[in-house]
Design a protein. Sequence first.
Length: 308
Amino acid sequence: MEKDMEKVLQKAEVLIEALPYIQRFNRKIIVVKYGGSAMSNEELQKNVIKDVTLLKLVGFKPIIVHGGGKEISRWVGKVGKEAKFVNGLRVTDEETMEIAEMVLNKVNKSLVSMVQELGVKAVGISGKDGGLLKVEKKYSDGQDIGYVGEITEVNPKVLYDLLEKDFLPIVAPIGMDENFATYNINADDAACAIAKAVNAEKLAFLTDIEGLYKDINDKSTFISRLTASEAEELISGGFIGGGMLPKLNNCTSAIKNGVRRVHILDGRVPHCLLLEIFTKQGIGTAIIADDDNLATGEKRDRFCTEND
């Protein structure tokens, strides 16, 4: 009986700890970029959707922007083609673009079904709908990589309309150019552009790593929290490379354009989104505006690493 009471009290403490964050971010927009391994594992996928649905039910205004790269590669292989990448960007010919759009729409509606199964109204759209994402052809170091789009303009009206009507928007990263040709868009780029356009309070990247390290080979250099300027120092100092470099550039760009917080989280950890947002300690890396004065009791010391 005593142990049961302890468990009940622990649950109560968790709820009390979450209360100031729920109050602070009530009615605020949070953009969640969802992809990687968490998307290919059904159990993790359900956990992410439960997290986002809970955020909606406690007063947040979440928007999901999803990828689907692994699934696209699988379907490209099914038709006898080989997936090709240049500097991390998928080479997208006309046939591959058709496959990508088909797969992303399939993923999109699957996520809509999961959300609605939990009792929240969701609407799946792509960047083509309502002119949400306008693009121009993107080149990789001057190399033509096909139908890959660079976002030139975001029209967030369709998202505002959906949020106002109490829907949870789920966005597939596909856009159109001025001639109405369809382009595939990097999901990180799409999430960042959308977060800036809707003045999101938070942008969360669910990734396949725990967060940011000053030295990727030294786990003790994990960075729990840093400002946008400190992030730029890491980039200019050559500490950040590989796939994290464009992601961190997106993070600092978002902060400079009005997004208050960016979170880099390990999507493989069950309920990572809730743990990061609703607990003092958090579990990922938080990047904040230089002038962000943390509320009393807010988590973490400035630019702290695990071994500080």
